[in-house]
Design a protein around this ligand. Structure first.
Ligand SMILES: *[C@@H]1O[C@H](CO)[C@@H](O)[C@H](O)[C@H]1NC(C)=O
Ligand SMILES: *[C@@H]1O[C@H](CO)[C@@H](O)[C@H](O)[C@H]1NC(C)=O
Ligand SMILES: *[C@@H]1O[C@H](CO)[C@@H](O)[C@H](O)[C@H]1NC(C)=O
Length: 236
């Protein structure tokens, strides 16, 4: 009996190691990971099918959007609400949402990638990504005061993106949006427009439901950090 238990334990350990290699060692509240495979792989995202055993013993299949690189449990991404201290205005992204077929608003945002490996500290990697995206998308100077909320959220039940929210404040008299370099942007970012809005205009856009769900989340979290920043740095 004792030997059997040991063998089972070793087998379980081996299985967990294999799953961990795939990045799918997660099993929570009686939901046990069984397998995962790609259904389709595009340039920026992929559709995977993951099978889990439910607490009642049934198997259930979930279709999850992830990135096309080897299966990973989460893809970290960061949103960044940028604030221009010179004009007292927020920078927003106004762009076409092909999923909706209409224009919608959001904040600067991007995935963490190989350029964000300079530190093993996730907070520093997220900050690095936030500043890079703010520069690439909004020409926000790299020496901005940037903060992140250290607690990430999952984007959705079916999307494998772990979202961090950031806020950055900057002084600027640098070129305006028409002179920004489109070449720094990815293909899917072409055609996006940066708009500057006052806090009142921002709240009005929120009220009118002009943001995507993620955009609204990013703005609300960014506004919390903005409030804290203004209280400690400006309104002393
Ligand atoms: C990670 O970096 C942040 C920002 O520099 C720092 O506050 C934090 O203490 C670091 N965490 C660890 C575990 O080193
Ligand atoms: C912006 O400029 C003010 C006044 O020169 C300075 O005190 C502040 O540190 C600057 N902030 C940033 C983020 O550059
Ligand atoms: C920040 O505001 C100043 C003053 O309105 C403006 O000249 C500058 O272009 C703005 N910078 C950015 C990056 O939006």
């Amino acid at each position: 009996m004792k030997n059997q238990a040991t063998i089972v334990a070793i087998l379980l350990l081996a299985m967990m190691t294999i799953m961990a290699d795939n990045g799918f060692a997660m099993a929570d509240n009686g939901f046990t990971f069984i397998s995962s495979k790609f259904l389709a792989q595009g340039k920026f995202r992929a559709l995977t099918e993951s099978i889990y055993e439910l607490p009642d013993g049934h198997l259930a299949s979930f279709e999850i959007v992830t990135s096309p690189r080897p299966l990973a449990p989460t893809d970290p991404a960061v949103t960044c609400l940028a604030y221009n201290l010179t004009s007292s205005k927020f920078l927003l992204i106004k762009e076409f949402y092909p999923s909706l077929g209409r224009i919608s608003y959001g904040t600067i945002a991007g995935l963490l990638d190989s350029r964000d490996t300079s530190s093993s500290n996730i907070t520093e990697r997220v900050l690095n990504a936030a500043k890079r995206e703010a520069w690439e998308e909004g020409r926000v100077p790299l020496n901005s005061d940037a903060y992140i909320n250290p607690t990430p959220c999952m984007m959705d039940k079916y999307v494998c993106t772990q979202l961090y929210s950031a806020f950055c404040a900057f002084n600027s008299s640098s070129p305006h949006s028409s002179e920004w370099n489109q070449d720094l942007r990815d293909e899917e970012e072409q055609g996006m427009e940066i708009v500057e809005v006052t806090e009142d205009e921002l709240l009005e856009l929120l009220h009118e439901g002009k943001f995507s769900v993620v955009g609204e989340w990013a703005v609300r979290r960014g506004l919390e950090m903005h409030k804290k920043y203004m209280n400690t740095n400006i309104n002393k």
